[in-house]
Each structure stands twice: as structure tokens, then as C-alpha cells.
Design a protein around this ligand. Sequence first.
Ligand SMILES: Nc1ncnc2c1ncn2[C@@H]1O[C@H](COP(=O)(O)OP(=O)(O)O)[C@@H](O)[C@H]1O
Ligand SMILES: [Mg+2]
Length: 394
Amino acid sequence: MAAVDVATQLETLLRLQHDLALEHDIDRVLNRIVETATAILDAERASLFIVDTQRNELWSRVLTEGTGPGVSEVREIRLPLDGRSLAAEVARGGEVLRIDAAYDDPRFDPSTDQRTGFRTRTILVAPIDSRDRRRLGVLQVMNKRDGLFGADDERFVRALAGSAGVALEYVQLSTELAAERLRVVKVAEEERHRLARDLHDGVAQTLANTAIGIEIASKRALGDVNAALAELAQLRERLLESQKGLRDILFALRPVQLEDAGLPAAVRALAERIDGTNGSVVAARRVDSACRLVPEVEAGAFRVIREAANNALKTGRAAHVNLDVYDEEGEVVAVVEDDGRGFDVAAVLGSYASRGSLGLLQMRESARLIGARLSIDSSPGQGTRIRLRIPART
Ligand SMILES: Nc1ncnc2c1ncn2[C@@H]1O[C@H](COP(=O)(O)OP(=O)(O)O)[C@@H](O)[C@H]1O
Ligand SMILES: [Mg+2]
């Protein structure tokens, strides 16, 4: 078979780069790279392994049969990253590996051949790195149809690995972005859920009961005016209570102080509103930031502060909760400090998959979305301090 000439190699490589430029489907990326490798290197097979650092493994889903009459086969292989395989060795060492007689090489593991019936003769393995030199994968090409893999093949496989690196990096980025979008949606959904539940259990319930109460009082008024009046007075009390609940919900949705006078005013209003809950003393301690932030950033920061303060009251059962909002070195710093029960931060953050509530995650997410840094300091019996540092860009 005629060797593939350099112009064709270059053309194929450029076409591959073009095709994979904005491709976010990992399988399509893997297939295209493997296809290109077998075609250009005139090889029988190629596999691309992805490094899974979390599981300390290499995995691959592609295994092509080249151009033969057999259909190409797709399945998933997993190899330990610290195990004895050529792919793992290259993943660890980062050097291109060229082997002319696989069965004479002690590093070659023939068990895959035994399983698949394929017979490996020659091998070329190259690392695939991101631009910042993280190892993303390994490209392994087997059995050059005509003789041995040469220095030219090695050069080409390096170039191909470079393109593969860019493509895989893009896939990784878009996967992370998609996961982040999902988290944002989930957090917003949870918030709506909570508000809906509060409205349903509070205001909606009271309104329904009041309607019934008025009906009963009207009937009673015909026979016993005083009893009816007493009932109406009671209904009025309940309505006023429910109005307070509604105000709380409105405040939770968007405190007017925030828009009008910024974060310090909203935090002072919050302290006033929740002071005395469960017997806790809530105080605006050092609330003197003079810096106005972008409205969305103020809203995000306030969400974090409110959640932290509510936690201090609800689960912390703190006697004292102190709130600070001040300027420091080009940042607005917000602190919520309580002397309550405290908690094991790592344990709570690590158990969210099995928890119903997302409070702390919401805080982290809100902080990230507004470009702020959040620190959560707490341990059982030691109280809790939540600190938010918001860059004050103008
Ligand atoms: N200020 C705090 N004091 C004590 N425990 C806290 C505090 N903030 C959070 N926690 C602990 O972390 C858990 C998770 O908080 P969160 O995510 O807000 O969910 P929720 O408040 O609905 O339980 C709480 O159940 C509590 O055990
Ligand atoms: Mg909470």
C-alpha cells in the first residue's frame, strides 16, 4: 500500500482541527481522532484513552477495525493509571513510545489480544496534553499495515496529539460549563420551591381559613352579635400575622432597602427583622461600607448573608449573631458570625448528595456567580463565621 504523502497528512490534520474546533460531543471527538490516526498512519487500529484523575484510571470507548470488511466495534475499556500497560506508562511518563515487536517487549500486556482475537505487532503511543500541560489522554496506534512505524509517523502522531489535546480541552470545558448551568438552575429552582411552600403553608392557608371564618361569623351575627364580633377580631389577628409572613417573603424575594440604599441598609434591615428570633440577639455590628456594587452583585451578596444569618438562628441556635459589612483594600467584606453550635463543614459539604436542602451550596454558588470569595469557618461547639469578600469594581 502506498504511504500517505505529507500534503495529504497536513490536509487531513487541518480538516480534523476544523471539524473538532467547537465539538463538545466526546464520542465524536474520540472517533474522529482515532479515524484520522488509522487513516494517516496506515494502521489497523487505534484507541484513544482519556485520563480520569478522579478514579485514577484510563478509559476508552473507541476501538476501530480499520477499513476491513468487519464492522467497527465500540466498547469501553478501563485501565488503572498506575497499572502495567503501555497506555498507562505513557500517561505517567509523557514520552512517545514506539515498539516494533509487541510480543518481544516485556511491557506489552497480551491479555487484550487474547480477549479480542486481534494480534498486535507494532505500536505507537503518544501522550495527549492540554495547553497548560495537564495530561488529558493517550493515543495508541497499532499495526502499521506496511512495515514498522517510523520517525515520520512519530512526528505525525505528536502533531495529531496536539490537536487532540485542544479538542479534549474544549470538551472538558463545555462539560464543566453544562454542569455549572445545571447547578445554577437547580439552586434557583430550590429557592422558588421554598417560596412557593412558604406561600402555600402561610398566606394561602390563612386566606382560605379566613374566608371560611367570615362565613361562619356572618351566620352567627344573626343570632349572637358579640360572639360574631369576637370571631372577627380573632380573624383580624390572624390576617395581621399572615401579613407579616407575607412581608417576610417579600423581603426574602427582594428587600427594597437593597435597591434604594445598598447592602449596608439591607443588612441593617435584616438584623432588625430577625432580631429576637428564638431568643437570639442579632446585631448589625460594623456595617459601614460606603461602596455601591452592581445591583446583581449586591443581590447575590445579600442572599449569602441572609442564608448565613438564618442558619445561625435556625440550626446554630446562637445566642448572638453579628453582621458586618465594611470596605477593606478594594473589597467589600461581609461577615456573619455566631456563637451557636457550630458544625463540621467538610462533613456537611460532603453529604449534599443525600441532603434535602442546599443552603450552603446556594451560598457558595451565589458567591461564585458574583465573583466573590466565600469562607466558612466552623467546628462543633465553636460557633460559625461566614466571610464573603467581594471585589469592589467600579
Ligand atoms: N451557623 C451554623 N451553625 C450551626 N450549624 C450550621 C450553621 N450553618 C449551617 N449549619 C449546619 O449545616 C447544615 C446545612 O445547612 P444548609 O445547607 O443551610 O441547610 P439547612 O439550613 O436547610 O439545614 C445545617 O443543617 C447545619 O447542620
Ligand atoms: Mg440553611
